[in-house]
Design a protein around this ligand. Structure first.
Ligand SMILES: *Cc1c(COP(=O)(O)O)cnc(C)c1O
Length: 383
């Protein structure tokens, strides 16, 4: 009989611990060796083969969290995404991606794929019909992002998985924003689940890493490509990541709670024009988000009313840090136009609804009342 699957925080804490048979330490030992015995062994280990002890065990934790057979850890989220794409796309193939895509991924596709003769289509929207409409006979991969960055649009994961299966196309998702705490796309039939582990996996704004989870069959393909390109993560950082992930369940649940509280509060303030958060009943895909997410995540975006300059507002914040990136235990705020989506043209940004005044808010674990207080004092100072 198969053992019953353990709960979230038990997996976070215990799955993927490297056993310390020699000294019986309570946590994983760290193996920094880049050279291992090759004779009379089952596995020939080497860091760039993604199979050092720390890499191998952390992959077990990620696979358990995403309900997949296996996983791999990379040097960054972009390394994870690029190796995943290149494993399933060759010259003459075609990929469908959504228009509201992480800026770095959109840029990778636009800059690198023409050189490789890989065709791509950005959808007009984020609904299943938008993806279906642009499938071609040579389409080999459909890649989605939900909730999307920075406007938190929600795409129907189950319907995309079905669309892929019907057309014999592999499906992948960037699950960074939700994290495995809030969303497990493999349970809806998605083939490959990718993460920027720089974000919620790390959670303390001090690690850059990436991950992909999937079946043995699919991950074998990614492994073959990845060992050639060489985007593996140092074992020291792998060890840091395993340590960080022990608290991921606790962190992300607290952060998501804060996001819901702050979204509801911001929505009521006279200085706020619009709030984008799937947990609000007014969000166009609130019902869908409820079906496929456990809670609504810890990211939200908002626009201030036209009379308030968003740069001035961000400069006056004292607790919430205007910083690049997201998902740390500290709350951060940024302008997508100046950071994550700076490489898009103003026309490309306008097409996907990113205004210059848009503010993206990554909720930390602080007390919501202190975050509200900080926002109120910033608005008061500039008004
Ligand atoms: C940050 C991010 C990435 C890229 O990850 P890096 O670790 O910076 O390479 C990809 N997708 C999303 C949604 C992200 O937020």
């Amino acid at each position: 009989m198969k053992a019953k699957k353990q709960g979230l925080n038990t997996i976070c804490t215990h799955v993927g611990e490297v056993p310390d048979d020699q000294f019986k330490g309570a946590i994983s030992p760290i193996y920094l060796s880049s050279s291992y015995q090759f004779m009379d062994v089952d596995v020939k280990r080497y860091p760039r083969y993604f199979n050092t002890p720390n890499q191998e065990y952390l992959a077990k934790k990620i696979a358990a969290l995403e309900f997949t057979e296996t996983a791999m850890i990379f040097g960054s989220g972009m390394a994870a995404i690029s190796h995943m794409f290149l494993a399933f796309l060759k010259s003459g193939d075609h990929i469908v991606v959504q228009n509201t895509l992480y800026g770095g991924t959109a840029n990778f596709i636009r800059e690198e794929f023409p050189k490789l003769n890989i065709e791509f289509t950005f959808t007009d929207g984020y609904k299943v019909e938008d993806f279906e409409a642009v499938i071609q006979p040579n389409t080999k991969l459909i890649h989605i992002e939900t909730p999307s960055n920075p406007l938190l649009t929600i795409t129907d994961i189950k319907a995309i998985a079905k669309l892929g299966k019907q057309n014999n196309i592999v499906t992948s998702i960037d699950n960074t924003f939700a994290s495995p705490v809030n969303q497990n796309p493999a349970q809806f039939g998605i083939d490959l689940i990718m993460h920027s582990a720089t974000k919620y996996f790390g959670g303390h704004s001090d690690i850059c890493a990436g991950a992909v989870a999937g079946s043995h069959e699919h991950m074998e393909k990614i492994w073959h490509v990845s060992k050639n390109y060489g985007g593996s993560l140092s074992d020291f950082t792998v060890w840091m990541l395993e340590r960080s992930m022990k608290t991921m369940g606790l962190r992300v649940k607290a952060q998501s709670k804060n996001a819901l509280k702050m979204a509801k509060w911001l929505d009521k303030q006279s200085f706020v024009k619009t709030v984008y958060y799937p947990g609000l009943k007014s969000h166009p895909e609130h019902k869908l988000a409820k079906l496929q997410m456990k809670s609504f995540g810890a990211m939200l975006s908002f626009e201030l009313i036209d009379s308030i300059n968003s740069d001035q507002f961000m400069k006056q914040l004292q607790l919430i840090k205007p910083s690049i990136s997201l998902a740390g235990v500290e709350s951060t705020i940024l302008s997508p136009t100046q950071t994550s989506h700076a490489l898009l043209t103003p026309e490309q940004r306008e097409a996907v609804g990113i205004s210059d005044g848009l503010i993206r808010f990554s909720l930390g674990i602080e007390e919501a009342k202190d975050l509200k207080q900080d926002i109120k004092q910033a608005i008061k100072t500039i008004q």
